[in-house]
Design a protein around this ligand. Structure first.
Ligand code: FPP
Ligand code: MG
Length: 344
């Protein structure tokens, strides 16, 4: 039987130029399909309920942004090594991302993810934690088989930072003295570290010059900060059905993200007392959320967060100047632009 990766074409985008993210997904769809197949094959526990829950979660409409970043970074660095390694690593990164979201929805007591009731409600908190652990161990298992210590260290560092970011965020819940630097440190760790690792891994696999790996590491990091900053803006501004998550949940969770911090630091003292009361009260009321959203509209808080997101996208784009023009560089620019222009 031929190996499962044998028929997957490499360097799909030889002459492509892209008008939007859908065209990028389209050009790389065969490689991404190979990632999907590898993910499905890797969910092979002897405990059927794990396969059921993990399969359901992995099939629930994730965008596969991190696998795409890994594949594009490997292409940009002209990786001539094994395509199988790319597919395995892209799957491992998606496993870690899904494991983190499973645990995050438990920590955040979230009810909706990707438009569906979260697995916390569907299977219960304990199953959610354990299935997250299972996916995480599947990722480790696959990565150590590659026997590359730089890859192992890169992923281990990213996982440590994700935990640190979540813990720092948790320790600053409801704290109205949080600074913008605190907010950025949180998102740099909890979100940007894995996107950065995904880009770095594509470069490491290709054996490119360390300066190229460093540029892609920074590209992924800036992109991740931009992604989460846009996510934090969408939490106050998106249509719930499109977003697939509950609007305003950061407020209810006591998470002070950039839009709320901007409001706290620009509104007048009387309004600040109202905002502080809502943050401390934390009672899940639509009325409170309405008050906050109206104040944010008046002070431009969501626009401010989106401007910050655009700033980090432009920093990410600058890192791509280290590479000569190519369809893969164009694709990464389109992905960077999508991160801040998306509405879900
Ligand atoms: C989403 O943030 C959360 C993350 C991006 C990271 C979660 C990380 C952990 C729970 C640590 C566990 C780590 C490993 C390696 C298993 P959010 O709540 O702001 O976004 P959301 O709106 O999508 O929920
Ligand atoms: Mg969450």
């Amino acid at each position: 039987m031929p190996p499962p990766f044998a028929n997957v074409p490499r360097l799909a985008a030889s002459t492509a130029s892209f008008a939007n993210i859908d065209q990028v997904w389209d050009v790389y769809r065969e490689e991404l399909h190979a990632v999907e197949q590898h993910i499905a094959r890797s969910i092979d526990s002897r405990v059927p309920v794990i396969n059921h829950a993990a399969g359901h979660l992995l099939q629930s409409g994730g965008k596969r942004l991190r696998p795409l970043l890994l594949l594009l970074s490997a292409r940009l660095c002209k990786n001539q090594g094994s395509l199988e390694c790319e597919i395995v690593l892209a799957s491992a990164v998606e496993f870690i991302h899904t494991a983190a979201l499973l645990h995050d929805d438990v920590l955040d007591e979230a009810a909706l993810r990707r438009g569906h009731e979260t697995a916390r409600l569907h299977w219960g908190t304990k199953a959610r934690i354990l299935v997250g652990d299972y996916l995480y161990t599947r990722a480790i298992d696959q990565v150590i088989r590659l026997g590359n210590s730089e890859i192992e260290t890169t992923l281990a560092d990213a996982c440590r930072k994700m935990v640190e970011g979540e813990m720092l965020q948790f320790s600053l819940h409801h704290n109205v003295n949080i600074t913008e630097n605190d907010c950025l440190t949180i998102i740099d760790n909890k979100t940007a570290s894995l996107m950065s690792a995904a880009c770095a891994l594509g470069a490491i696999l290709s054996g490119t010059a360390p300066s190229n790996t460093a540029a892609l590491t920074r590209f992924g990091r800036y992109l991740g900060i931009a992604f989460q900053t846009a996510d934090d803006a969408l939490d106050y501004a998106a249509h719930q059905e499109k977003l697939g998550k509950t609007i305003g949940k950061d407020l209810y969770e006591g998470k002070i993200t950039l839009p709320l911090l901007h409001l706290l630091s620009t509104c007048d003292p009387a309004e600040r007392s109202i905002v502080e009361r809502v943050i401390e009260h934390n009672d899940d009321s639509a009325q409170d959320l309405g008050v906050i959203i109206r104040l944010m509209e008046r002070y431009g808080s969501v626009s401010y967060a989106l401007d910050r997101s655009r700033h980090f996208v432009s920093l990410a784009m600058e890192e791509l100047h280290a590479f000569s023009p190519s369809p893969h560089r164009d694709a990464l620019e389109i992905v960077a632009d999508y991160v801040v222009s998306r509405d879900h």
